[in-house]
Design a protein around this ligand. Sequence first.
Ligand code: ASP
Length: 309
Amino acid sequence: MKPRIAVLATGGTIAGSGQAGKDTGYKPGVISAESLISSVPALAEVADIQTIQVCNLNSDDMTDSIWIDLAQRINDLSRELDTDGFVVTHGTDTLEETAYFLNLTVKTDKCVVVTGAMRPATAASPDGPANLLLAVEAAASGANRGKGVQVSFAGRLFPAREAVKRHTAALDAVTMDKDALEPGRLHTTSTEFDISGLKALPKVTVLYFNVDADPALVAYAASNSDGVVIAGAGAGEFSLLWKSAIEKCKVPVVVSSRTGCGPVLQETMVCPNAVAAGTLQPAKAAVLLRLALTRTRDTKELIRIFGIY
Ligand code: ASP
């Protein structure tokens, strides 16, 4: 008997449609989950596939309620149906955020693989079919159980926590941030996050620091969000004006780096209320802070949470 894989489709370029043969000028999130699967006949040799259309959108329009719905569906299917693994198809722009969210919230050892594509399904040489095939093979293989959510892209498989989109156009745009690789980080069945019963996540604003960046942005973000993530310069730095604005924040503040690589360490935090993001990129730090805020606002607790996930 072949492994049974549930493919949960959310849209993106992998489901994009445009002028036949063209790589650009297409509309993402058009083609249905069923058509995506039937366009890759090799999939049927690997697994029995069940398709679920969760949504069909450009991943820049992804929302917290869709994240919660997606994680809930995976949790329900992993308990109630005889499903051996899961594949999520997704736009590449925010794929790393969704993959990390699932890595922290799905409660199953069964393999969950997130994939997408840089070229629409109607391109002369689309990359979606190979990415999808690799994802289904990985999800169907018992070897990937218990390893946390994975991302399959351009012939490679890597952990969700370290997945990043690093190029606007290259076929291997979604890749692995090797400097962030920390295999001991907790995931899936070992996390403290419970999304059952949640409808929305706390709101977190990410602020990018640059020379002369207006400190009023910090005050604005703090009074209009439940938490703030700073994409600081270098190892998580900013001006003296931002420092005093951050110290006045009444909501939790996490400091990450705009450099794209390398750690931001707790011992170098200049504001007593700041939590270091470690090796998490700003958008990923925002995912973890949103989930952490469902449990605590305490700085010490947040430092603990950023140290283990
Ligand atoms: N804008 C698209 C999306 O994220 C890009 C892609 O999928 O490559 O949905």
